[in-house]
Design a binder for this molecule. Structure first.
Ligand SMILES: *[C@@H]1O[C@H](CO)[C@@H](O)[C@H](O)[C@H]1NC(C)=O
Ligand SMILES: *[C@@H]1O[C@H](CO)[C@@H](O)[C@H](O)[C@H]1NC(C)=O
Ligand SMILES: *[C@@H]1O[C@H](CO)[C@@H](O)[C@H](O)[C@H]1NC(C)=O
Ligand SMILES: *[C@@H]1O[C@H](CO)[C@@H](O)[C@H](O)[C@H]1NC(C)=O
Ligand SMILES: *[C@@H]1O[C@H](CO)[C@@H](O)[C@H](O)[C@H]1NC(C)=O
Ligand SMILES: *[C@@H]1O[C@H](CO)[C@@H](O)[C@H](O)[C@H]1NC(C)=O
Ligand SMILES: *[C@@H]1O[C@H](CO)[C@@H](O)[C@H](O)[C@H]1NC(C)=O
Length: 824
């Protein structure tokens, strides 16, 4: 099991007091009234009326797990028409129709009877299947109706997810609108019989995710579908039926497949130890599962950045868009096909096979024969085996552009793609080389001519990508547009006497604290506007012009999660003037015994995502790549709504020189937040901030400081402690005891997971901030975190020595490579 994700709000609330009859059937003479239930013979499932929300009048007829502590509704009869009263009645008619009626016999829902039988009954089987049959006939072939043919958002073991072409039944999953509204939502998970059959997750009619075709062992795009201790599975594709089905190995170890209201297909297994449902598999699992992300002849590889590239011997249709990470135009052959002259095929390995809706197949044709057939037809683009078992068998041909290809690796498949013969090494090598050089020249010209254009486009896209950031988006483009102008945005210059007046001559009473780069004062301008005044310490290495330029750059960075720079003062000393944040900083809240109560989980999560977005903007979306280098709880200020704003960004540039991925002599940073490579080698990149962000996340969740953390059982720091708990599935123990997270456990655990990925030892193992934003917002599966950085029990020299923690060190003049910036 990958990780322990818990669901709480996910499960429907069931009526607490239910009078149960010891029966599993409904007969003509014994209908089922609201308030009563029937229970399957083995006691596994129960059928009755329920409300998705407590005290709600909406009543539904459904089936749910009876034996497990955290029940879950697996089927609903009247999902689209709620009953508004408790006068519902489930009746069996003489015509063998199971009918749900409300007062005065108005039918709300009814089964279809195919014929009438002598003694019709409805029986809830221990598999969770509600069947209508003759009381004396137990043969499944003779059922008149069964709920297994009409799944809602869940399939249970034994349900044939797919098509019965003889009876004309299509069994598919359809999501609920929300956890409290079971009516039909936007998402479907359905078998598509066109070409070589596959399953699709659709949003309305748009494909979101494709399973890939069945290759004898698994779906081509589901390398994780493997023999396991919980369930067996099969895929059947005959002229009569096409379906996927799974069965439990031990009937007490429950497993179900559910399409969540937010469009994720999940396998949930019951975990006896945790007494909860845990997610076993999610689909889509990552960005590469997004249908057609890299478009035609593009290949998605989640291990790459960016994830899309063109298949070997293919080039972007529109190189500019492609470089701007807009892959929607796809790729094309670098040498066009020439069917008359004769083409050939090139083998590609380790792939999820492309969309097979426009394919043709025959299971009894071998690969050699298959190649011949494909070669003969100029519109045949590729071929492969249909079945990978043994040496492979069957013939699958594609007759359209190849789309939705993913790099899977060892569990991936081989496909042979049509190529112009010159691409196969038979053509003149020299001509090829000249061709490539020409291509390169053209590309370079294109790049030179259009760089500005690309950048503009990218800025806009990225800004839009961060949802809800539209206003910032326009702003950043606006600045970009001014890039060419000689006149930059003017930054207000404050006179020193204005500042002196505003702060009572830097009075002690007005001092808010000692930030990393100098003391900060609260000030009030003549008009009443409150400001924060940062008096930069004298050891800034820059000259005045350089400083002014730098400040102008910082002033242009505007984002709702960044503290706004209002202006500066350069008379006699260097002073920065910021907007004033009434609620101080994050550390003031999360580490304080009383004030931490103000930050409930939704607020903390808002803070986590806000910081992530602010950082993403600094790293990627702004005109410059800004590495903060001193991200910590003290530097996260809170506005009046307790929304986070990052402060002190860009200052490292003033104090530490250029902002490229580099090592630096003048390091800034704070113990407890800096990454190992920076602490040891002074090497920094955006991944340094990612590390600090991860520390922050774990601090926000736990309410404990990484620096100075201690635990009776071991000598690890907070990161090590979190990882040990995570590994053992004991995440909830990390959570701040003052936090009530019962309904957000999934979000909390996901945050811990993301936090751990951010504090990995190697910068390459840490996600980028854009992935972090995506991970926090999404619910795809995440890689398992390895040991975090500093995972050694307290023997590193830079671990705070408890006796001296809190002692100030100022090392600007000595040989240490770190300037330790203590909390103010
Ligand atoms: C219950 O109320 C809703 C909204 O008022 C209505 O749409 C629905 O038809 C009602 N259900 C029944 C069974 O009358
Ligand atoms: C009954 O049959 C109709 C028409 O064939 C179909 O639309 C409906 O979904 C069926 N209802 C059930 C509950 O099977
Ligand atoms: C589903 O499609 C609708 C439009 O049809 C769109 O507004 C919505 O964002 C989509 N949802 C997802 C999760 O893609
Ligand atoms: C099935 O699972 C239950 C619960 O884990 C366990 O108690 C039982 O021994 C298992 N049965 C078999 C045959 O493995
Ligand atoms: C796209 O980016 C790559 C790598 O940065 C570069 O080599 C190439 O020239 C770029 N092409 C265009 C058209 O911008
Ligand atoms: C598949 O190929 C075999 C052998 O060539 C042939 O006998 C059979 O009719 C083909 N089946 C279909 C459905 O085309
Ligand atoms: C090539 O295959 C397509 C799709 O099966 C078919 O429509 C077309 O007629 C074939 N062309 C030739 C020349 O066989």
């Amino acid at each position: 099991m990958k990780s322990l994700h818990k669901f709480c709000c996910f499960c429907f609330l069931l009526p607490p007091f239910i009078l149960s009859d010891a029966t599993d059937t409904i007969t003509v003479n014994e209908p089922l009234a609201d308030g009563k239930t029937i229970i399957s013979s083995g006691g596994t499932f129960e059928l009755g009326f329920f409300s998705p929300v407590v005290n709600s009048r909406s009543r539904y007829l459904g089936i749910w797990y009876k034996k497990v502590a955290k029940s879950a509704v697996v089927w609903i009869a009247n999902r689209d028409v709620a009953m508004n009263d408790t006068d519902g009645l489930l009746k069996m008619t003489d015509q063998a129709k199971l009918t749900l009626v409300k007062s005065r016999d108005t039918a709300i829902w009814s089964t279809n009877a195919t014929r009438s039988v002598r003694n019709p009954v409805a029986q809830l089987l221990d598999s969770g299947n509600l069947v209508v049959k003759d009381a004396a006939d137990d043969n499944p072939e003779n059922y008149l109706w069964q709920s297994y043919d009409y799944p809602t958002d869940t399939i249970l073991p034994g349900v044939k997810l797919g098509l019965d072409l003889v009876k004309g039944i299509d069994r598919y999953l359809q999501s609920s609108k929300s956890s409290i509204d079971p009516s039909r939502g936007d998402f479907l998970y359905r078998t598509d019989p066109n070409g070589f059959p596959q399953q699709f997750l659709m949003n309305n009619s748009l494909p979101q995710f494709r399973s890939g075709p069945w290759n004898g062992l698994r779906f081509s795009g589901s390398p994780g579908l493997k023999p396991n201790p919980v369930y067996t599975y099969e895929f059947v594709n005959t002229p009569k039926e096409i379906y996927y089905k799974f069965d439990l190995i031990n009937s007490s170890v429950y497993s179900r497949l559910t399409l969540s209201s937010f469009g994720v297909l999940q396998r949930l297994n019951w975990n006896y130890r945790a007494q909860d449902w845990t997610v076993y598999v999610n689909a889509p699992a990552d960005n590469c599962d997004t249908y057609g992300l890299c478009d035609a002849y593009g290949i998605c590889n989640i291990a790459n950045s960016p994830v899309c590239s063109c298949l070997d011997r293919f080039v972007p249709q529109s190189p500019n868009d492609w470089n701007a990470t807009d892959w929607s135009s796809g790729c094309q052959r670098r040498t066009p096909l020439d069917c008359q002259k004769g083409d050939g095929f090139l083998k590609y390995t380790g792939l999820k096979l492309p969309d097979t809706r426009w394919s043709w197949y025959n299971d009894s044709i071998n690969l050699k024969e298959c190649e011949k057939i494909c070669l003969k037809n100029c519109s045949c683009m590729a071929y492969s085996n249909t079945d990978v078992r043994g040496k492979g068998s069957g013939c699958l041909l594609w007759f359209d552009d190849l789309i939705d290809i993913t790099m899977i690796g060892d569990s991936g498949q081989d496909i042979y793609i049509r190529m112009a013969s010159s691409e196969l090494g038979t053509g003149s090598n020299k001509a090829k080389k000249i061709g490539i050089s020409l291509c390169l020249v053209v590309l370079v010209l294109l790049v030179l001519g259009l760089t500005l254009n690309v950048q503009k486009k990218r800025k806009r896209r990225q800004a839009e990508h961060v949802s809800g950031e539209a206003s910032t988006g326009t702003r950043s483009t606006q600045y970009l547009a001014e890039e060419g102008d000689k006149e930059d945005v003017e930054l207000p210059l404050f006179e020193l006497k204005t500042i002196i007046q505003a702060t009572d001559n830097f009075s002690r009473d007005k001092k808010l604290g000692e930030g990393g780069f100098g003391p900060v004062y609260k000030g009030t301008l003549v008009g009443g506007q409150e400001i924060a005044v940062k008096r930069l310490s004298q050891n800034s290495i820059q000259g005045l012009d350089e400083f002014k330029n730098e400040v102008k750059c910082i002033a242009k960075l505007q984002h709702r999660n960044l503290v706004k720079l209002l202006g500066c003062c350069i008379q006699e000393e260097k002073i920065l003037i910021y907007e004033f944040m009434p609620n101080k900083s994050l550390d003031f809240f999360i580490f304080d015994h009383d004030r931490r109560r103000f930050l409930d989980w939704p607020k903390r999560f808002q803070i986590i995502t806000g910081i992530a977005r602010g950082l993403l903007y600094l790293h990627q979306d702004s005109r410059l790549t800004i590495i903060h280098r001193d991200l910590k709880a003290d530097n996260i200020l809170l506005d009046i709504d307790l929304k986070p704003k990052i402060s002190d960004f860009g200052l490292a540039r003033i104090f530490g020189g250029t902002e490229t991925e580099a090592s630096t002599k003048r390091a800034v940073g704070t113990y407890g937040y800096i990454s190992p490579e920076y602490a040891v080698d002074g090497y920094f990149s955006t991944k340094l901030d990612v590390f600090s962000f991860g520390v922050l996340v774990l601090e926000i969740v736990s309410g404990k400081k990484n620096r100075g953390f201690s635990h009776p059982d071991h000598h690890h720091n907070l990161l090590g402690h979190a990882w040990l708990l995570y590994k053992e599935g004991r995440c909830p123990e990390l959570i701040d005891a003052h936090l009530s997270v019962s309904c957000h456990l999934y979000e909390v655990i996901r945050s811990i997971h993301v936090g751990l990925l951010c504090v990995q030892q190697s910068p390459d193992d840490r996600p980028s901030m854009s992935s972090v934003v995506f991970m926090l917002a999404g619910d795809g599966s995440l890689p398992f975190p390895k040991e975090p950085g500093y995972f050694t029990e307290r023997n590193l020299s830079f671990e705070p020595d408890k006796s001296s923690s809190g002692k100030k060190e100022n090392s600007s003049g000595n040989a240490l490579s770190i300037t330790l910036l203590d909390a103010r």
